[in-house]
Write a new protein. Structure first.
Lengths: 321, 440
């Protein structure tokens, strides 16, 4: 009989409790997000062609290369296998216009990882969503290329090259909601198909990567703020459901605003953050100079996250305040 | 996290894999006497007991070998008949060296129990006195002397006695077996507790992953109109006193206060059985019921062993350990203590011994905090574990104190759920210690 005390090769581990750990790890969560983006990649290929895969490949490759290089220069452990660089590269590609230049893609990915993430110290320390930071840089550097849209395959109306938001803003043309669902409309590579985005987003909520509070507060916020403007002037302003389905709102909601690192950690904070994004989106879309405002809204609210966390400290159990 | 359970609970918490199946269908088995008994003088919260014996003393099963020192203390009885071979310092399951009485059991056992009492005619004072003399301590983990808990200050009005049958720690099945095998003894113990405290409402709270236990207790409770059996959601740490009170009564016990400040006393299932046995059989606290399980033990069992039995003898009785066993834990996997010295003995409040394999304790690499908020969502007492751990790491003690670090009950929920695998509760534990030192 083998016993504990009689077995000399017996190596014991001594640690402080807890002795078991959940299924979660950084890597596991990151690869789940990558998986959740696959439907959007499929919709991109379907509506805008195979070439979008080349853009995605360049974006991811550059993101990982940049991260590895910076880690090497800083003499840190190279951690590109954690999946976070893949997410940044993939997200950046999916929010670029279809058939965007590869040169621009590479610049965007370098900025996303370099300035968006590594400058702050890498994963976990960045303030702004890296992919959005990269896109914001491209928007400022290549304003024309960033708003040149491609006619999607299976387009219902071959002349609708502009995005529905641009049509709404500049020509007062309201697009009906049904094409949004499938995604055969003008827009960024991976954002146009509401169906694909919802499949990925609901998966992330169900499996526990995404906290439901941010998407729910954003949708309620949009219904509230978009609804108020629609109620005031239904001719000029679109109804709130148009706001929800159009542009990058749902994509940004599920995959960008919910980014762990750049969103609040408290429950109340998540509500403020989500509501704040929706308010800004409506204001930019209706009153701003640009047709779309999801990117700037999320980046703007990212900047407030430390403050939001600070002022939304939950009440300690049993404490009387 | 959304919950599908229709039963009451608290906010937060986690649901680790239960892993109760290897031992839950094994009836209690009485383990034969060990070769050596090591009885620590400090098996309870409060002052250690004072030894009454010395090397060479002959002791009988049940005779007092150490007396309580002060009110918050507990006497200790000899778990066997035999001869004291030493009064010396040994490592106990807390990992610290403590003074202990070492006894060599003899073959013939002689009993020196307290006189038996009648459950029906006993008075409140007699119950409390018996619990004190029998050296009964709370078996939920803290080992608080039970007689102290049964004598709340006169100005506190107690409305409910809650019997804690949650057993929310994964792996452990001791309370479960008690509820299946001896529901009458459990409820008789609860009646004694209610009588001692003059409370006429008793609630047994059981997690809803134990339908057979709920059924067994409900059946036994039919004869009492002052006891209700209620299912609560299966979620860790549902068995923490304050969480169970919140689930059953909706009351929140304030930080730094005791349940009795909110009009409630919580006792563990095992404690109720011990109280019953001490009254009707006169048997002091000389045995411990425990679950021995985990993938690293040859055979999982629920055992009744004498207090003072070294854990290696218990493990050997269960067939020994497997080759891939890597950790031995006394208590549950969430709050138990890992062991390095297997001569450490089973104590009055020991609830289980786990032998875990490499897969079960899989270590994942630690990464920087991703600010996912999972620890905040899971913390049952609404703290921000990631911030507290960081403050503790940086030595920012005032900041940690301002964020209520002392309210943390060290349940480990945060560290369990952290995707970055940061030892959150471990850092917080250290921070708490520093805060306490500063307060002194």
């Amino acid at each position: 009989m083998e016993t504990v005390t009689e077995n000399p090769s017996y190596k014991l581990e001594l640690t402080s409790s807890p002795h078991i750990h959940s299924r979660w790890s950084t890597q596991y969560a990151m690869w789940l997000v990558v998986g959740a983006l696959i439907p959007s990649v499929v919709s991109a290929v379907l509506f805008f062609g195979w070439y979008q895969l080349v853009i995605i490949g360049f974006s991811i490759g550059t993101a990982l290369g940049t991260e590895a290089l910076i880690k090497y220069i800083r003499k840190r452990k190279i951690t590109i296998s954690d999946g976070s660089g893949v997410i940044t590269g993939l997200l950046l590609a999916l929010i670029l216009p279809p058939n965007f230049s590869l040169f621009g893609t590479v610049i965007g990915a370098v900025i996303a990882i370099g300035i968006g993430k590594e400058v702050f110290g890498g994963l976990g320390y960045n303030i702004f969503n890296p992919a959005l930071a990269g896109r914001a840089f491209l928007q400022a550097s290549f304003p024309v290329a960033m708003t040149t849209w491609t006619i999607p395959n299976f387009a219902l109306d071959a002349t609708t090259k502009a995005t529905p938001l641009a049509s709404m803003k500049f020509d007062q043309i309201h697009t009906s909601l049904s094409p949004f669902f499938w995604g055969n409309i003008g827009g960024s590579i991976g954002e146009t198909s509401v169906l694909a985005v919802i499949i990925g987003g609901v998966f992330l909520i169900a499996i526990g990567v995404v906290n439901w509070r941010i998407p729910v507060s954003m949708i309620l916020g949009m219904i509230l703020f978009g609804g108020i403007l629609w109620f005031v002037d239904p001719v000029k302003n679109p109804d709130p459901f148009f706001h929800i389905f159009a542009g990058g709102f749902l994509f940004g909601m599920f995959f960008m605003a919910t980014d762990w690192v750049t969103s609040p950690i408290t429950a109340k904070g998540m509500w403020i953050f989500g509501m704040g994004i929706s308010l800004l989106v409506v204001l930019i879309r209706v009153y701003g100079g640009l047709p779309e405002g999801v990117m700037f809204s999320i980046l703007f609210m990212n900047g407030f996250v430390p403050l939001i966390n600070r002022f939304t400290q939950p009440k300690t159990f049993g404490a009387v305040k | 996290m959304f919950s599908l359970s229709k039963h009451k609970t608290f906010r937060g918490g986690v649901h680790p894999p239960e892993y109760k199946h290897p031992s839950k269908d094994k009836p209690f088995e009485i383990m034969p006497l060990p070769k050596r008994i090591i009885v620590p003088l400090s098996q309870h919260l409060g002052k250690p007991a004072l030894s009454l014996v010395k090397k060479g003393s002959e002791v009988k099963t049940g005779s007092v070998i150490a007396e309580a020192q002060g009110v918050v203390s507990s006497p200790i009885h000899s778990p066997v008949t035999g001869k004291v071979t030493a009064v010396t310092t040994t490592v106990n399951t807390s990992g610290f060296p403590k003074e202990s009485i070492i006894i060599e059991p003899s073959e013939i056992e002689e009993f020196d129990f307290l006189p038996t009492l009648n459950c029906e005619t006993i008075s409140a004072e007699e119950i409390i006195e018996r619990v004190r003399l029998a050296g009964i301590v709370g078996q939920g983990g803290a080992a608080f002397p039970a007689s102290v808990k049964l004598s709340p200050p006169k100005d506190k009005k107690i409305d409910y006695i809650i019997l804690n049958g949650c057993e929310c720690e994964p792996y452990l099945t001791r309370d479960y077996r008690y509820m299946l095998e001896q529901p009458e003894a459990v409820l008789a113990g609860l009646q004694l507790i209610m009588k001692a405290t003059g409370v006429d409402k008793g609630i047994v709270g059981i997690e809803d992953n134990k339908p057979l236990a709920i059924e067994s207790m409900k059946k036994a409770a039919k004869t009492f109109n002052n006891i209700s059996v209620e299912a609560v959601e299966t979620k860790y740490p549902q068995g923490a006193e304050k969480m169970l009170i919140k689930a059953l009564n909706g009351r929140e016990v304030p930080p730094g206060k005791l349940p009795l400040d909110s009009g409630i006393i919580v006792q563990n299932i095992g404690t109720a059985v011990s109280i019953y046995v001490a009254v009707v059989k006169g048997e002091p606290s000389i045995t411990a019921a425990l679950t021995i399980t985990g993938n690293g033990i040859k055979e999982s069992k629920n055992l009744i062993v004498r207090v003072g039995t070294p854990i290696d003898e218990v493990l050997n009785y269960c067939g020994g350990v497997t080759n891939d066993a890597i950790k031995v834990v006394v208590g549950g996997p969430m709050m138990g203590v890992s062991q390095y010295d297997f001569s450490a003995p089973v104590m009055k409040a020991t609830s289980g011994i786990l032998v875990l394999t490499k897969q079960e304790v899989a270590e994942k690499p630690e990464t920087p905090c991703l600010r996912c908020g999972k620890c905040v969502e899971a913390c049952p007492v609404n703290l921000i574990p990631t911030k507290l751990a960081r403050y503790s790491q940086l030595g920012k003690i005032e900041e940690a104190e301002a964020l209520d670090i002392r309210v943390c009950m060290e349940c480990g929920t945060c560290a369990y759920t952290c995707p970055a695998n940061i030892p959150l509760v471990q850092w917080i534990r250290l921070g708490k210690k520093k805060v306490m030192e500063k307060v002194k």
